[in-house]
Design a protein around this ligand. Structure first.
Ligand SMILES: [Zn+2]
Ligand SMILES: [Zn+2]
Length: 227
């Protein structure tokens, strides 16, 4: 009878579909569209192009870079209450991921946009092996875990020869071949990130042609703490 029908089936006010179950007063499709999945919009994994090792938990180790990246994204996904995470996969490209979840017996698939990438690097061991020398060292220090990556973008924008990137507890040491580029980059970083800056020189040999010491520059960039 019509009467019992109206008890069993429900009406979604968003799309007008008649369905069996409503979730937060919507059909499952409208619910999935209107509810929010939280995810950091940026995550990356460092990958050494020489030895194919990955920088993970403070060490360069063997592993599958895509898997580690997905695991990291997976750990940071926050689903709406009552939903259970099924899987996290890459979408068509690095700028989207597919998140599968379950709400009661319904399967939900969402495409979430972000910047997820496997960054190509040369690990410290491989840099040393290649014997690349450096003339400038930038010491990036901050309490903000994103500072190093953000500062590296400013360094990379002048396409320098980076001989190595060494991560330390409070930041990273960037070894560059060109001193002028190192100085330029550090000025740019100081301007954009509110840093203390301190440069020091150290002789490492004698330049016979110019009859003066050969010097390496070390530039410390320490981000000021926000109060
Ligand atoms: Zn609907
Ligand atoms: Zn390597």
């Amino acid at each position: 009878m019509g009467y019992s029908m109206s008890i069993k089936s429900k009406f979604c006010p968003e799309c007008g579909k008649t369905v069996k179950n409503l979730y937060e007063s919507n059909c499952i499709d409208c619910y999935a569209e209107n509810s929010k999945v939280k995810i950091p919009n940026k995550k990356n994994v460092l990958f050494c192009v020489k030895c194919e090792q990955i920088f993970n938990k403070g060490f360069w180790t063997n592993g599958d870079s895509n898997k580690i990246l997905l695991d990291r994204i997976k750990k940071s996904v926050i689903l709406p209450e009552k939903e259970k995470l099924i899987s996290v996969r890459f979408g068509e490209d690095e700028s989207s991921i597919k998140i599968k979840s379950k709400l009661e017996s319904e399967l939900i698939v969402r495409d979430v946009k972000g910047k997820f990438e496997v960054k190509k690097y040369c690990c410290p061991a491989c840099s040393r092996e290649m014997g690349v020398d450096y003339l400038a060292k930038l010491q990036l220090r901050s309490k903000d875990p994103n500072f190093v990556e953000n500062a590296l973008n400013y360094i990379r924008s002048s396409k320098p020869k980076i001989s190595k990137v060494e991560y330390v507890a409070a930041g990273a040491d960037i070894y560059l071949v060109n001193q002028q580029i190192a100085r330029q980059a550090s000025r740019r970083i100081k301007k954009h990130f509110n840093c203390h800056i301190k440069a020091s020189y150290k002789a490492y040999g004698w330049d016979k042609e110019k009859d003066r010491p050969k010097q390496r520059i070390t530039i410390l960039l320490k981000q000021k703490e926000r109060n």
